[in-house]
Design a protein around this ligand. Structure first.
Ligand code: ADP
Length: 564
């Protein structure tokens, strides 16, 4: 008990000395501003700001002899004033009940007008009804704005903003708040405001920093920041994966963290010379090999002093693949163009030379001219493929001409034509069930799809074997496939063979010429023109089956709308 009495005495002493101090400050007011004892509130060290604020609120309660102290902060986004901790005499759970629009209630009025309000009887305050005062059994109170002031070196206020309000409720011992209490509270509100503003700013900076760190970490490009002392300052997840770096790489030497000598050398060079540069590196990520381009640039601080080197890692695997495919396409296309031209030139010059001396019989001449015409067709097909590819690329569709197609007759025709082109293979047609008399589609393009698949089946089965066209009706769909007993396609190429320029580049395939455009066009003809689906099932050394599924009753209007 005596302990408590002692504590009360201590507090009373503290109150007396604080009041004295405040009075001194009040009298100081008449001095020129620079000489005034009251200085702008110091920036509270941030780790102590919470504690300082709580103490300050307790102290305010003591000085004003108020039962309760409540801070209401202005939420700019929502336009509300709401109770925030710390408070005095108000349980934290109740704080959320204190929330008014910044245009309402006693709090709103004080916030808006920037003038304090003192009320001696809650019943006479109309605005009080809009607030949750009932929860705190408020009888009387003072409310002052929480103002933060920015001052220049001469202590002149250059900017002022209101961030909320401060309430003191229920003067103790049945007394009433007076004008002096208002002045005191206004004075202390400045300190409260300043601490809250600092805390707010600190929280915003921390949040921003966290957001930045998150963004940095989750970037798809890799990023590494290296200090002039060759230590890792920052490294994000992608860069850690590429260099197989440990989680705790920060602060470590680059040569320990980065397992690629070429990259380490480039970093050291960038650090010593200040030059930017780039290197390329091949890494295994997961199961696949990726190519990363690493660019280096020196980073300078605001004062222009070098603070290190930043390395940016970009995955250029696809770009390099396309580069590679393009150059192999150019080689292939030149070959594909030259082959028919050589034949055309050879046979026509032979005919020309023999013309005067009747060297060749009619039969021979027919055969030679037949070859020339065939090679011209081959050339035209190649040029058409190139033109169609660039049309599809440009977003245009290959103008369809829909009619009723007798599919059975078409299948018979392509089987016969292809059988004539090969002696090594047996081209068969297997129809599982009765096909519809006709389907809606573009006959030329269906012919092109089948011819292309059959050409491939023959081409990629250099040792011969069966080539089977199989067809069946499934509800209102037609499923057609071309199956061979050829080289087959490795699993990792299965989805890609439909991409333009994509060719399987292994020992067996390399000897077989092609442009890599055929299946790209076939896919467009099946999916873009006939609203179907195409896929491939294959096993290396066993053979491949290219299967497509198209509707028997294609909705022409819908298909036209899609291809327009
Ligand atoms: P091209 O035959 O001109 O190279 P395609 O687009 O028709 O171009 O085919 C792309 C690639 O798919 C071919 O290079 C080949 O590697 C593979 N391919 C296509 N059809 C078959 C098949 N029936 N058997 C094995 N591989 C095939």
């Amino acid at each position: 008990m005596s302990q408590e009495i002692n504590r009360i005495r201590e507090l009373e002493d503290e109150i007396i000395s604080l009041r004295r101090r405040i009075n001194e400050l009040e009298t100081d007011k008449n001095l020129p501003s620079g000489a005034r004892a009251e200085q702008p509130v110091d920036v509270t060290p941030i780790d102590q700001a919470d504690v300082t604020l709580r103490r300050l609120v307790q102290r305010i309660a003591m000085i004003l002899q108020a039962e309760k102290i409540l801070i209401m902060f202005h939420d700019r986004e929502m336009g509300d004033l709401k109770g925030i901790p710390p408070s005095f005499g108000v349980e934290d759970e109740k704080l959320s009940a204190f929330k008014v629009r910044a245009t309402h209630g006693v709090s709103g009025k004080v916030f808006r007008d920037g003038e304090p309000i003192i009320y001696h009887d809650i019943e006479s305050e109309a605005e009080a009804k809009e607030e949750a005062y009932g929860l705190l059994s408020v009888q009387n109170g003072v409310c002052v704005p929480l103002v933060i002031e920015k001052r220049d070196e001469e202590n002149r206020v250059i900017d002022k903003s209101t961030i909320g309000v401060l309430h003191a409720f229920n003067k103790r011992h049945g007394e009433d708040f007076n004008e002096e209490d208002v002045r005191l509270l206004e004075r202390m509100a400045r300190n409260v405001g300043s601490i809250i503003a600092n805390l707010q700013m600190y929280r915003e900076v921390v949040e921003e920093k966290e957001e930045l760190a998150q963004t940095f970490e989750s970037l798809t490009s890799g990023l590494v920041l290296i200090s002039p002392e060759e230590r890792i300052l920052q490294i994000n997840a992608t860069a850690r994966a590429v260099f197989n770096a440990p989680q705790d790489a920060l602060g470590k030497d680059v040569s320990i963290v980065i397992n690629d000598e070429k990259v380490v050398k480039a970093i050291q060079n960038a650090l010593s010379s200040g030059d930017s540069g780039k290197v390329e590196t091949h890494v295994i990520l997961g199961n696949s090999e990726r190519i990363y381009e690493i660019q280096f640039a020196t980073v300078s601080g605001q004062d222009g002093k070098g603070i290190g080197v930043v390395a940016i890692l970009s995955d250029v695997t696809e770009v390099r693949n396309i580069d590679r495919m393009k150059s192999s396409f150019v080689a292939m296309a030149s070959h594909e163009l030259r082959t028919p031209l050589t034949a055309i030139k050879g046979f026509s010059s032979t005919l020309l030379e023999g013309l005067d001396v009747d060297m060749y019989s009619k039969e021979d001449q027919r055969e030679f001219l037949g070859i020339v015409v065939g090679e011209c067709d081959r050339l035209r097909r190649l040029i058409d493929d190139l033109l169609n590819t660039s049309r599809i690329e440009a977003g245009e569709s290959l103008k369809p001409n829909y009619t009723h197609v007798d599919i059975r007759t078409l299948l018979d025709k392509v089987q016969k034509v292809q059988q004539q082109a090969t002696t090594k293979h047996t081209v068969k047609l297997e129809v599982a069930n009765e096909l519809p008399d006709s389907i809606v589609g573009d006959e030329d393009k269906l012919d092109q799809i089948l011819t292309n698949l059959l050409n491939n089946a023959i081409k990629y089965a250099p040792n011969g074997g069966d080539v089977t066209i199989h067809a069946k009706r499934e509800g209102n769909e037609l499923v057609i496939g071309v199956k061979d007993q050829g080289l087959g396609i490795p699993k990792d190429h299965l989805g890609k063979v439909f991409e333009k320029f994509h060719r399987v580049n292994n020992e067996d395939n390399r000897k077989i010429y092609g442009t890599g455009l055929g299946l790209f066009l076939v896919k467009h003809l099946v999916e873009g023109v006939h609203m179907g689906k195409i896929w491939c099932e294959s096993e290396v050394g066993v053979g491949s089956d290219f299967i497509f599924r198209i509707p028997t009753d294609l909705d022409i209007e819908e298909a036209k709308a899609m291809t327009d």
